[in-house]
Design a protein around this ligand. Structure first.
Ligand code: ADP
Ligand code: MG
Length: 200
């Protein structure tokens, strides 16, 4: 089913705020045509971060598995071969990272919001995210260095990776009253079937 009002959650992580990139990051999502329907600055606690990352019950397993694969391709010995345990280690690093300073929480709405936002955001590891994406353009971290320093990869942003995840993540950070339904005049050119009424 086509949903022209799909929603996605974006968090600007503490490094994005500290780097003075709030405006730049919002600009990149906003200019896509997606509509900002919620926005706030938060000091998160560890419980919120745990709930946020375990919205997907498979997240620890999947993240650990990806971590194991990146170790193997680089020929490095992982601290453990258990994907679930590695995922747990990433989660505890994330709690430290995500509670280290204020974050910005935002909800964007529009057609293909989840996929468009992931595309603008770029791949998880800044070292390999494409030029032109936010993570690829504004930062330089890698799994290798983050691992060496025993910390989470600093990649400026969280962005929901599925509509299912987005709905659950949004509920962690926003009440329904904090999300505003409104119309943008420019939406007609993005969504209307007929482009009548432009030429006078
Ligand atoms: P994404 O944020 O791109 O959806 P994940 O959901 O896999 O990526 O991971 C969540 C966050 O955890 C990442 O954005 C990153 O900050 C951190 N992270 C993921 N994998 C690792 C890792 N192997 N080592 C350190 N930090 C990691
Ligand atoms: Mg994710």
């Amino acid at each position: 089913m086509i949903n022209k009002q799909e929603r996605s959650l974006v968090l600007i992580k503490p490094d994005g705020v500290q780097r003075g990139l709030i405006g730049e990051i919002i600009k990149r999502y906003e200019r896509s045509g997606l509509k900002l329907v919620g926005l706030k600055m938060i000091l998160a606690n560890e419980d919120q971060i745990e709930r946020h990352y375990t919205v997907d019950p498979e997240w620890k397993q999947k993240t650990g598995q990806r971590f194991l694969e990146s170790y193997r391709t680089k020929g490095i010995e992982p601290p453990t071969n258990e994907a679930e345990d590695l995922g747990e280690m990433v989660l505890s690093k994330l709690k430290k990272y995500m509670t280290s300073g204020p974050i910005i929480a935002m909800v964007f709405e529009g057609m293909n919001a989840v996929k468009i936002i992931r595309k603008i955001t770029g791949a998880t590891e800044p070292l390999s995210s494409d030029v032109g994406t936010i993570r690829g353009d504004f930062t330089l971290d890698s799994y290798e260095v983050a691992d060496f320093d025993n910390r989470a990869v600093r990649n400026l942003i969280h962005a929901s990776s599925s509509t299912w995840e987005a709905d659950r993540e949004i509920a962690i950070w926003f009440t329904s009253e904090e999300l505003i339904s409104y119309r943008l005049i420019g939406e007609a050119i993005l969504y209307d079937v007929n482009l009548d009424g432009i030429i006078e």
